[in-house]
Ligand binder design. Structure first.
Ligand code: C5P
Length: 305
């Protein structure tokens, strides 16, 4: 059946998120290390009489099921570039936490691009797809790329980074989400008050890149950092408890993922991750607790159901 195509797209965490000053265009200059994790949204695009969006799975009520959904905007944008028919039904099967700092909306946009390009048999160069992705959101190019990558600019300019082996994570999903613009605005507010003593800025995280290439999880763990973390903690002070609970449960390190509020805990191995996840679930600090590993591949086609 060639009337539909499905793409599977990973969540991301930021192993390092250095935030520079606010630019004139309203974005912050970044130096970030993205890592794609084995937590996926599936995006199906099917020819239809009109453009529609259906969201299934966790958090579906918080995701707009209309043309404002980033996946719908991706389809319309790609259609205008390649001459496709944007009258499609988009079905998003969500596993990635909504408003969780794990690029769930960006994943859906990347999935919609890949699936629609397939549906229309569009002759689109990878570079053009990446450019459309960047116009939709800062994290969308990484959702296409996957793996581990250094992101600069507003996060949309990517360089692949060497990483050895798999790292094992536990994710604590918070009960309420955080808006990315609100977290950046809170960081600006905190910085205007206290001179940003804790800022990593936009220097390249060389030490962490060496640790990733070595595959040594104990070298990686102490180097995780996120300049947005103080802002996320300021907006959701409860996250301090979550971070403490993860470390007490035996994680090597814990960090707020992106703009939060999901907390990501790096564990020694897969078995340790299962133990930490069980402890964290029992502690009641999170709405849901998941295990995931990475790096994994970016958006890719899978057979439709
Ligand atoms: O690019 P995206 O639409 O995902 O960004 C959402 C918001 O996050 C932006 O409007 C901006 O407020 C903030 N942002 C930022 N600097 C970045 C990326 C995002 O300030 N590098």
């Amino acid at each position: 059946m060639m009337g539909a195509a499905t793409a599977r797209v990973p969540a991301k965490i930021n192993l390092h998120l250095g935030v520079g000053p606010l630019r004139d265009d309203g974005y912050h200059e970044l130096a970030t290390l993205f890592c794609a994790l084995s937590l996926y949204d599936d995006v199906t695009v099917r020819a239809a009489d009109e453009l529609s969006v259906t969201v299934r799975g966790d958090g579906r009520r918080e995701v707009p099921a209309d043309a404002t959904n980033l996946a719908a905007r991706a389809v319309v944008e790609l259609a205008s570039h390649v001459g496709g028919d944007p009258r499609v039904e988009i079905i998003i099967d969500k596993t990635i936490p909504v408003a969780g700092g794990m690029a769930g909306g960006s994943a859906d946009a990347a999935g919609a691009l890949v699936a629609a390009a397939r549906l229309w048999r569009a002759d689109v160069e990878r570079a053009e797809l990446v450019e459309i992705a960047a116009s939709l959101g800062s994290d969308v190019p990484f959702s296409l790329a996957g793996g581990v990558a250094l992101g600069t600019g507003r996060g949309e300019r990517l360089l692949p980074v060497l990483s050895r082996g798999q790292f094992h994570w536990v994710l604590a999903v918070a009960r309420t989400g955080l808006s990315t613009p609100a977290v950046y605005a809170e960081l600006d507010r905190l910085r205007s008050r206290d001179d940003a003593a804790t800022s990593a800025g936009t220097d390249r995280p060389d030490e962490l890149m060496v640790a990733l290439a070595s595959g040594d999880v104990t070298a990686v763990a102490p180097l995780l950092r996120n300049d947005l973390q103080p802002a996320a903690l300021s907006l959701q002070p409860m996250l301090r408890r979550t971070l403490r609970a993860g470390r007490e449960a035996g994680a090597l390190a814990g960090v707020v993922s992106g703009s939060g509020p999901t907390c990501a805990f790096l564990c020694a191995d897969a078995q340790a991750a299962i133990t930490v996840a069980a402890e964290l679930s029992g502690s009641g600090v999170a709405k849901a607790v998941r295990t995931a590993s990475g790096p994994v591949a970016g958006a890719r086609l899978i057979p439709p159901d």
